[in-house]
Write a protein that binds this ligand. Structure first.
Ligand code: ZN
Length: 659
């Protein structure tokens, strides 16, 4: 572990709070120290109020802020005097503590401070840093953890036995600190939890953290020889059975959760090696690295695929442990968040890709820590009751009750063809905006760059190449867990040609893309759509040319008419599977790739119209944009249309020939 302190960079942060921001970010940069909002930091100062009062203040990291990206706004100024008095109370419920901390704030607009605010306040040092460093927690989570910690840190740290974070921890740590701290004390060792360090300067406190964690890392490096990983067979890239198995498992997880969930699977060597260990159940069924991980990962992973038994065990654990709480508790959904399966590797579930990625990061750190602890001695985290107390503490329950409703398509997976530009791209953006994860397919390489959101996967593929399409689908299902929404949008619009001049090759090329490629997708998607937790939905972007064809567009009109007919048959065949299939007929959508300004100009002139009038040449005199089509496609997939299948809806501003 190396200090990232840089004099030149540090000089740019020229206030005390600025220095606090700088080293907080240094801590946050290293995932071996803190993960996703974990850890907290503080600094003390004297602030002068508007009325001229000088107030001893501690600036504590606000909850919800990540150390890696924190700014001055992420710290909440609190009256030290109030915190010192709170620390002397016998008991303080979390909800009372949250209220008292709000009252102690010098800025009502600042975020709610970290639950460790009282501890930060009472410790006398100016700068206080707290992390959940992997190496420290690994050592601590072994049967002889406490002895190892004492041996390693001598009397430099005050060792605090495990206690619930929040007020109980503040009270115990403050008492032990007063009894045991001396001139050489540089921090606290919180067993099964993490490290605190102190300092007169930001640099001193930060570098003490680095030194102490470095010592734990060196200890592990000396004592632990990990077995050399045996290369394991990683599942083949194109196996229909595996694809179905992932989607079926995701359906089980979603049913247990009571809502659609993504299931992101990882078959890399680290994941597969761990999940294929013979002693996996012994290792993985002990508990999380630190209790606060439980909020993201649940206490235990599912080993294998039996979601029902897992959920039953979760319910039984809740029934057994909920009497620990004096107030009635609302059970969390009993679905697993981490799944370890020898074939599927590491699976992580979440209501969004961002949430699932946080679970993945924690799971990967945890599996590395568990294997080190096992090689050293064995993995012995806190027992179930302690983890339960954190999982169900007042503050988390309050968050649950106050939670805003999830986005419309959160936990669902959409596949959009022709996603690199025009209507397809607009569909990707609209679906992401409504919370879906999206797989975008397109023959253009640009499809990979359509969005940088974690919920987007762009795959370049020629839709007329069946095996390539299957491989892309496979990749998408491994990435997000299944398929709920299918938006068939890709198509070619060939140059105008009279039937007398229409060659068979061109006819077949147009039908190949606009019709046959969609048949392939229909066929490959069907078994997956059947497993969609909220019912599969298909939207086909056909064309106004279906109800109202034009001369010179025989191949295009025929292909889109046949595609419409294919969709209608699918609506009939798949209704019993709960899959809805509907068709949009867009017309004159000019903000797409095929409509260059020159083409538009030429077309407008041929109708004797200005470009502006040509764009609005419909009954409503309204321009139709890609966004309009995309929003309607999304709405067709929404609950508003839950009783509708097999319909064709124009999106053309009103067309006299269609009406
Ligand atoms: Zn902590």
């Amino acid at each position: 572990m190396k200090s990232l302190w840089d004099d030149a960079e540090a000089a740019a942060y020229n206030t005390v709070l600025g220095q606090r921001v700088y080293t907080s970010r240094l801590l946050g940069q290293d995932s071996a120290l803190v993960l996703h909002g974990g850890g907290n930091t503080s600094v003390k100062s004297v602030e002068t109020t508007l009325l001229g009062d000088e107030i001893e203040t501690v600036w504590v990291k606000g909850s919800g802020w990540d150390l890696a990206t924190i700014t001055e706004r992420g710290f909440t100024p609190l009256r030290l005097d109030s915190l010192r008095r709170l620390a002397e109370l016998e008991t303080l419920s979390d909800l009372d503590m949250a209220r008292e901390l709000k009252l102690a704030s010098l800025n009502p607009a600042a975020p709610a401070p970290s639950v460790e605010a009282i501890l930060h306040g009472v410790l006398p040092a100016t700068f206080v840093d707290h992390t959940h460093a992997d190496a420290f927690v690994t050592l601590s989570n072994t049967p002889s953890g406490e002895a190892r910690i004492r041996e390693l840190y001598g009397n430099e740290l005050v060792v605090i036995p495990y206690v619930m974070p929040g007020f109980a921890l503040a009270r115990l740590a403050w008492r032990l600190y007063r009894e045991q701290a001396h001139g050489g004390t540089v921090g606290l060792a919180l067993l099964n939890h993490g490290l605190f360090t102190f300092g007169d300067s930001a640099r001193q406190s930060y570098e003490r953290m680095i030194t102490l964690v470095g010592r734990a890392e060196e200890y592990l490096a000396r004592q632990v020889t990990l077995p050399r990983p045996v290369p394991r067979p990683v599942p083949r890239p194109c196996a229909p059975a595996l694809r179905q198995e992932i989607a079926a498992l995701r359906l089980d997880v979603s049913r247990a959760a009571g809502r659609p969930m993504l299931l992101m699977t990882h078959q890399d060597q680290d994941a597969v090696t761990y999940t294929q260990r013979a002693d996996l159940p012994d290792l993985a069924r002990q508990g999380p690295a630190t209790p606060d991980h439980v909020i993201r990962t649940r206490r235990l992973p599912l080993i294998g695929r039996d979601v029902k038994t897992y959920a039953d065990a979760q319910r039984a654990e809740f029934a057994a442990l909920s009497p620990r709480s004096v107030t009635p508790l609302t059970p969390l959904d009993p679905a697993p968040r981490v799944i370890l399966d020898p074939q599927l590797g590491l699976g992580v579930a979440g209501v969004s890709a961002a949430a699932a990625r946080i679970v993945e990061d924690i799971a990967r750190h945890t599996l590395a820590m568990i294997q080190q602890a096992a090689a050293l001695e064995s993995w012995k985290p806190r027992p179930a009751a302690d983890i339960f107390d954190v999982e169900y503490w007042d503050l988390e329950q309050a968050k649950l009750r106050a939670g805003s409703p999830p986005a419309e398509f959160s936990g669902e997976v959409a596949l959009v063809t022709g996603a690199a530009s025009g209507i397809g791209r607009a569909c990707v953006e609209a679906l992401l905006g409504r919370g879906a994860a999206v797989i975008g397919l397109d023959i253009q390489r640009a499809v990979e760059e359509v969005s940088a959101a974690p919920g987007y996967l762009g795959v370049q593929v020629d839709l007329t190449d069946e095996s390539a399409v299957e491989a892309a689908l496979e990749r998408g299902v491994r990435h997000f867990g299944g398929l709920d929404l299918l938006i068939l949008n890709a198509g070619v619009f060939p140059a105008s040609r009279a039937i007398a001049d229409l060659g068979t090759a061109e006819w077949e090329r147009v039908l190949g893309v606009n019709l046959t490629a969609n048949l392939t997708l229909f066929r490959l998607a069907h078994p997956l759509l059947k497993l969609a937790p909220g019912g599969g939905r298909v939207v086909v972007n056909a064309s106004k040319n279906v109800p109202a064809p034009g001369p010179g567009a025989a191949a295009y009109s025929a292909s889109k008419a046949a595609l419409t007919q294919l969709a209608r048959v699918a609506a009939l065949e798949w209704g019993a599977d709960g899959i809805r299939v509907n068709v949009l007929h867009p017309n004159a959508v000019f903000d797409t790739g095929i409509w260059t300004p020159e083409v538009l100009e030429k077309r407008a002139r041929s109708y004797g119209l200005s470009v502006e009038d040509y764009r609005r040449n419909n009954v409503l005199k309204a321009e139709v944009t890609s966004r309009d089509v995309a929003e309607l496609a999304c709405t067709l997939c929404s609950a508003a249309f839950s009783r509708t299948t097999g319909v064709q809806i124009p999106v053309d501003g009103g067309n006299e020939r269609v009406i």
